[in-house]
Design a protein around this ligand. Sequence first.
Ligand SMILES: C[S@@+](CC[C@H](N)C(=O)[O-])C[C@H]1O[C@@H](n2cnc3c(N)ncnc32)[C@H](O)[C@@H]1O
Length: 194
Amino acid sequence: MEYRDVEYIECDEVYPPAEDTFLLIDNLILDENMDVLEIGGGSGLVSIFASKHANSVCVCDINPHAIKCIEANVKLNASNNINVIESDLFENIEGFYDLILFNTPYLPVAEDEHVDDEYSKAWDGGVDGRKVIDRFIKEAKRYLKDGGMIQLVQSSLSDNDKTLQMLTTEGFQAEITATEHIFFEDITLISARL
Ligand SMILES: C[S@@+](CC[C@H](N)C(=O)[O-])C[C@H]1O[C@@H](n2cnc3c(N)ncnc32)[C@H](O)[C@@H]1O
């Protein structure tokens, strides 16, 4: 498969590139000097695309199947400026970045519908859809250079206003920079600068 000149394979137990992935790629704010960190890389498509337009990319995922998938796609594209790390958010991340990306697990999932497996971590945002988003917003600033940016994808189902408010409290200037209506929700891209 191919998107925006990146070849990729989809992998079992790994989130396949979808509308939210493409919304992020199509609206990335990148330049060739940037060091980029992607949290939750999935198949690696976003990071591989970013690596072609930035200085370096570090990409992590909590799902070990995703790590193998990213590595396979990095090899397929002969990318040589991408570092792949298994990590729960920033747990194993070092250094400072110009841009941090995260297509978050943003769907609200009731407690009795929660499934405790690797694949579900791609979309399960807990009862209010914010379980991972809130942790991410509180931790991200520590890994950004001065003037650095965050771009995160979520849904109207997981409270865009709360994200904008939390980012403002953390010292960011934040706004919704792209949206796409899909089925019963709006997918939103929120961009925030320190
Ligand atoms: C919606 S998918 C996005 C995948 C890929 N970036 C894309 O856009 O196609 C969310 C990804 O975040 C990962 N993830 C969920 N919680 C995480 C956490 N706490 N730390 C790191 N990655 C996480 C999931 O395993 C999944 O690969």
